[in-house]
Design a protein around this ligand. Structure first.
Ligand SMILES: [Zn+2]
Length: 267
């Protein structure tokens, strides 16, 4: 099976934050915590998958995140044209994962059944649960359903050989993770199933949560899917990812890292 090359592209930053903002029960006085924002690309000779589309810059401005670069422009650095891209996997449809969908006019969006039901159903009557969503992103996606541009999954599915998706719930009701076959074995893009290494490795719940039990179970699933190696799980928002993995080239340092190469072991 031909392995995928797997990349993380950093496109925004939020910090400093208190530990209490990243961990339920975390010390509100500790302020050395931060979040980075990523999209991921799995690329092989026959298929290219974009995993999440990041946020729109106008959303970043309104919400106070420090926007570094538009993901749709950043993927051009990997020779991918957003207008031509056919496959986009959405791990969930929070504003920082499913924004600016209009930049991918030919794409089919892969999504869990439970995620669109959740984002358009009664839970959105609760401010706490809807605050991670942008209604215009959700409406755009609903329009894509009516144009045959959404591929729904329920649970686990092999999208193609060497790439599977798995619903873990927890963070949102339809959160999914993506397992990708690379030259160093299976690597699991956790997205918001675990924001930081700290969350999944220590069983610490992130405060943006729909179901605490499912999130805790999700940490166990991540470990299992990785074949029992935290070095094969990529948390969704950890600034450490940029430090642990190598850039594909000198020009892309600080922008892109390769997740199909082994991480440095100084964690
Ligand atoms: Zn999220």
């Amino acid at each position: 099976m031909e392995p995928f090359e797997l990349f993380a592209i950093r496109y925004a930053h939020n910090g400093p934050r208190t530990l209490g903002q990243n961990v339920v029960g975390g010390d509100p006085h500790e302020t050395h915590s931060a979040l980075d924002f990523y999209v991921w690309v799995a690329k092989r000779s026959d298929r290219v998958f974009l995993i999440d589309t990041g946020m729109a810059d106008e959303t970043a401005k309104r919400r106070g995140d420090q926007f570094v670069r538009a993901p749709a422009d950043a993927i051009k650095l990997l020779d991918i044209e957003p207008e031509q891209l056919e496959d986009v996997i959405l791990t969930h449809i929070h504003y920082d994962h499913a924004g600016a969908l209009y930049r991918y006019p030919k794409a089919r969006f892969y999504l869990q059944d439970a995620e669109l039901s959740y984002a358009t159903g009664r839970c959105m009557c609760t401010r706490l649960l809807r605050r991670g969503y942008e209604v215009e992103d959700v409406v755009h996606l609903v329009r894509c359903v009516y144009n045959d541009r959404v591929a729904f999954q329920d649970g686990t599915m092999e999208v193609t050989s060497g790439l599977t998706v798995h619903r873990v719930g927890g963070h949102t009701n339809g959160q999914q993770v993506v397992r990708v076959w690379t030259e160093r074995g299976w690597v699991v893009v956790a997205s918001d199933a675990s924001h930081l290494y700290h969350n999944m490795q220590n069983g610490l719940i992130f405060p943006s949560v729909y179901n605490v039990g499912d999130m805790a179970e999700g940490f166990r699933m991540l470990y299992q899917l990785s074949g029992g190696s935290w070095d094969h799980v990529i948390p969704g928002h950890d600034p450490l990812v940029m430090q642990l993995y190598p850039a594909p080239s000198k020009e892309l340092e600080g922008i892109v890292v390769r997740l199909d190469k082994p991480p440095r072991s100084n964690r």
